[in-house]
Design a protein around this ligand. Structure first.
Ligand code: S3P
Length: 169
């Protein structure tokens, strides 16, 4: 069994995923990293040169290549749930753990980093709220477990995921 982390940018999927993988003795994988490696290009450049649709296609390709592997924690790009097909592919790997955070917490965490192409236009905080209002129902519907990370330490979040995974297996 593997564990899949979904949720918006800045909720801590990568940091939490790495720590959870270590605790469980699983490998850690990250769809954004796998895409950057296979394309030999940063995500922001892929968005700029090839567009969002192309990027979304790459996300599906990556998920397809992971179907035959097991025992990993997968951190996913925040928009991976936008394609229903991806949700099916993710569900085939293991439970979907949704990490959330209040919009203002997300903003504080990512305001100084300019590697999120979808937030580069206009007011970042408004953009976060706008995208969240579209995605929240999709995230919630897909999730098997939801953890609000707003006021939690990384270790607490990891602990929740580890005990959830151990009960499942
Ligand atoms: C995106 C989130 C990013 C990355 C890309 C698009 C999104 O990943 O996949 O910039 O649509 O929310 P993170 O959630 O890891 O930041």
């Amino acid at each position: 069994m593997s564990i899949v982390l979904i949720g918006f940018m800045g909720v801590g999927k990568s940091e939490v995923g790495k720590a959870a993988a270590e605790r469980l003795g699983y490998s850690f994988l990250d769809t954004d990293e796998l895409i950057e490696k296979s394309e030999d290009k940063e995500i922001s450049r892929i968005f700029k040169e090839n567009g969002e649709e192309y990027f979304r296609g790459l996300e599906t390709e990556v998920l397809e290549t992971l179907q035959n592997y097991d025992d990993f924690v997968l951190s996913t790009g925040g928009g991976i749930v936008l394609k229903e097909k991806n949700i099916g592919l993710l569900k085939g790997m293991g439970p979907l753990v949704l990490l959330t955070a209040r919009p203002e917490v997300i903003f504080e965490r990512i305001k100084s980093v300019n590697n999120r192409p979808l937030l580069e236009t206009g007011n970042k905080e408004d953009k976060i709220k706008e995208i969240l209002s579209v995605r929240d129902p999709i995230y919630n519907k897909a999730a098997d477990l939801t953890i609000d990370t707003s006021d939690k330490k990384i270790e607490e979040i990891v602990e929740e995921i580890v005990s959830y995974a151990q009960n499942k297996s």
